[in-house]
Design a protein around this ligand. Structure first.
Ligand code: SAM
Length: 188
């Protein structure tokens, strides 16, 4: 069984909100490419994506610290508690550090203190162009070695912000390489 197939199977066993086959393959390939020793995502929500990333780390035998950040009151946040769920509920039993704050700021602080050198950031908080642009710019200036994975980066998706921000960034920063998948309805 391939790592991607094993990841899909783990997602089903854990009753995660499924990433598509294409999205799972893209996660695995990104981890194999970057081989991160530091990973931080935002926002946490119920911890669905965080659990997929944790399972990928386990399947690859990767030595990588993982963190997940959920927003604060002064930014629009989804209150999972109101839906009868628990923030980060899918990663409460595995080593993923949970934090509250402004995702990109907390992530960069954690990375600066980590002593690691191969960071991977997963951007899945606000989905508007301006917010994602600020996040990409912040990572670029504080941590030019950082790799970024953007969720919902499809022009046709309900929230085209991540795609717009990424495309504009790539046009003005030719040093960056991008890979994308259109497999799955949302895309990375
Ligand atoms: C699309 S959901 C993320 C889903 C989650 N990754 C999962 O797979 O379960 C977006 C989440 O980002 C949070 N959020 C929005 N802006 C944020 C920010 N600047 N920093 C951290 N979290 C943020 C929202 O409250 C919401 O829980």
């Amino acid at each position: 069984m391939s790592i991607t197939e094993a990841l899909i199977r783990r997602g089903k066993e854990l009753h995660l909100l499924g990433f598509s086959v294409g999205e799972c393959r893209f996660i695995v390939e990104t981890f194999e490419l970057v081989w991160p020793d530091f990973f931080c995502e935002w926002g946490t929500n119920v911890g669905n994506s965080a659990r997929y990333f944790h399972e990928t780390r386990v399947l690859l035998g990767l030595d990588c610290v993982m963190h997940s950040v959920e927003g604060v009151d002064n930014i629009p946040i989804l209150r999972v508690e109101e839906e009868g769920m628990v923030r980060g509920q899918h990663v409460l039993d595995v080593p993923v550090g949970l934090h509250i704050g402004i995702g990109v700021e907390v992530a960069l602080d954690l990375y600066a203190a980590s002593g690691k050198s191969r960071p991977l950031f997963f951007l899945d908080g606000q989905h508007d162009d301006a917010s994602v642009t600020v996040e990409i710019e912040s990572i670029h200036s504080a941590c030019p070695e950082g790799a970024m994975l953007l969720h919902d980066a499809q022009p046709s998706w309900t929230y085209p912000g991540p795609w717009l921000a990424a495309m504009r960034w790539l046009k003005t920063h030719p040093g960056y390489e991008a890979a994308e998948t259109e497999a799955g309805k949302k895309g990375f």
